[in-house]
Design a protein around this ligand. Structure first.
Ligand SMILES: Nc1ncnc2c1ncn2[C@@H]1O[C@H](COP(=O)(O)OP(=O)(O)OP(=O)(O)O)[C@@H](O)[C@H]1O
Ligand SMILES: [Mg+2]
Length: 479
């Protein structure tokens, strides 16, 4: 009987899998199952024994239980991470211990699976982990190819802030962990998502981006989950949803804060069980998709206002990558300009060579509320308008750089300043007026004003303003 064990593993890898589980029946059962798929297995009774076996036997994959005497799965994961040999660690968690699952992913686990173990899913996970190990060298060379001193793929930036973003992307890319990408509009969130996909073992599979803000509420579920013919009036044909289209790859749920709350509940189920049901279907489909999400809202605020379910937020925010506004990494402007100049000159068939000192100066002093996208649009327009040669200030949109202090008296956003106003008073008026125009959204106001949120809070405190809030850290995001 044992001789034919390997029957269904023709061509399978001979990867070594260490199984760490304190409960004897589960341990032997799991070991037999995994060997029947063609893996070489060893077992250990707890984390401590697991650590010893891992050191001697050097498995490439470790499947470990969470709660065990002497040393649990999380500590084992941490200790394995200190070792030189890279191992893919899969955590087995009890249902309802999502906390530990999220923690495990943050600590660098490859993936996790809940008890009772769905064997098909475990099998797929082991296959993917083996594939990852197989492509590790290849991924490393992709990473080297995509990375040079000032860029990662299409992302550019030599500033400390962008370099930190590159480091985070390289760190999270190889696993299946969800990543929540936050930051203001036009800061490069979608580009970050694409780069994560490119640097992951899923890169040869589809990357599907869906913008939740652009789809009418009535259609969003069928867009994401798909529907059967006749599922609702107008469903004339069966439709494959984004999740199924992204099978084996990565999905980006853009503007996640705009997703209807009911749909968020369904999404949470997919994240937890990797199963979904097309609208109008009775059967569930298993999907293997890595989920990335992006939002230009402050997630804590969206949760507080009920737009974003807190459990979904928690589940997506295994890692957070927060994109800085362009004015916080102005050092990158010159480089970005070069990149965009060549892109736009090629796109529009122009021989633009450079921008003038004066233009670069203006760019460096502007607050860029629309961030890199605004810079991109500005360059595109200038390249077209200038029609070859040097871009001068006259090729910029009229009034470029003057966004707040407008002159028209009947503009409700305009501020009238009489001679005799002190600079301090003018500053106070500008700050309060900006706050008013953002309905007291301090993050946004600080962005428009081109100052940090902290500075804004300090100013408000100084004014003893009633708009200052008791919890100055509230709108700040953590990495
Ligand atoms: N660091 C960067 N290097 C090069 N190009 C960038 C960078 N950041 C952004 N871009 C470019 O700026 C434009 C906007 O980026 P992207 O669409 O990723 O922003 P976003 O944060 O998703 O914006 P929104 O919130 O409006 O959807 C794109 O054309 C993108 O290629
Ligand atoms: Mg976007």
């Amino acid at each position: 009987m044992t001789t034919e064990r390997a029957a269904d593993n023709q061509g399978m890898s001979h990867e070594k899998v260490l199984i760490v589980e304190d409960e004897e029946n589960e341990r032997t059962g799991l070991a037999e199952l995994v060997s029947s798929w063609g893996y070489r297995t060893e077992t250990a009774r707890d984390g401590l024994e697991g650590l010893e076996k891992a050191a001697q036997w050097t498995p490439s994959i470790v499947v470990t239980d969470l709660k065990m005497p002497r040393m649990g799965g999380i500590e084992l994961l941490e200790r394995l991470a200190e070792q030189t040999q890279a191992m893919a660690v899969i955590l087995v968690t009890a249902q309802g211990t999502i906390d530990s699952a999220v923690q495990a992913m943050r600590l660098g686990a490859y993936d996790y699976i809940t008890k009772p173990i769905d064997t098909q899913r475990l099998r797929a996970m082991l296959q993917n982990a083996s594939a990852l190990l197989g492509t590790r060298a290849e991924l490393e060379s992709t990473r080297r190819r995509l990375r040079d001193s000032g860029s990662l793929g299409q992302l550019r930036g030599t500033s400390r802030k962008m370099q930190e973003i590159f480091r985070l992307i390289e760190l999270v890319a190889p696993s299946t962990a969800s990543v929540l990408i936050t930051g203001a509009s036009g800061t490069g969130k979608e580009l970050v998502a694409r780069t994560i996909h490119q640097l992951s073992p899923r890169r040869d599979r589809p990357f599907v981006a869906i913008n939740c803000a652009a789809i009418p509420e009535t259609l969003i579920e069928s867009e994401i989950f798909g529907h059967e013919k006749g599922a609702f009036t107008g469903a004339l044909e069966r439709r494959t949803g984004c999740f199924e289209l992204a099978e084996g790859g990565t999905i980006l749920l853009d503007e996640i804060g705009e997703m209807p709350v009911g749909t968020q509940a369904k999404l949470l189920r997919v994240l937890e069980d990797h199963k979904l049901r097309r609208l109008g279907s009775k059967v569930e489909t298993t999907v293997d998709v890595r989920v990335l999400a992006a939002t230009n809202k402050v997630p804590d605020d969206a949760v507080a206002s009920g737009e974003l379910r807190s459990d979904l937020y928690y589940r997506l925010n295994v890692f957070n990558i927060h994109m800085p506004p362009l004015r916080e990494h102005k050092e990158d402007i010159a480089d970005l300009v070069q990149l965009l100049l060549s892109e736009m000159s090629a796109k529009h068939n122009r021989k633009t060579v450079a921008i003038s000192e004066a233009v670069l100066n203006l760019f460096n002093n502007y607050t860029w509320p629309g961030n890199v996208r605004e810079l991109r649009n500005t360059i595109e327009r200038a390249v077209i308008v200038c029609d070859g040669g040097m871009i001068e200030t006259k090729h910029l949109p009229p009034g470029f750089g003057h966004t707040i202090l407008r002159t028209s008296a009947n503009d409700p956003d305009a501020i009238r300043l009489g001679v005799g106003t002190t600079v301090g008073e003018a500053e106070k008026m500008l700050i309060l007026k900006t706050l008013e125009s953002t309905s007291n959204n301090k993050t946004r106001a600080a962005e428009i004003l081109g100052i940090s949120l902290k500075t804004l809070h300090n100013k408000l405190k100084e004014y003893g303003s009633s708009t200052g809030d008791a919890d100055p850290g509230k709108e700040e995001q953590t990495q």
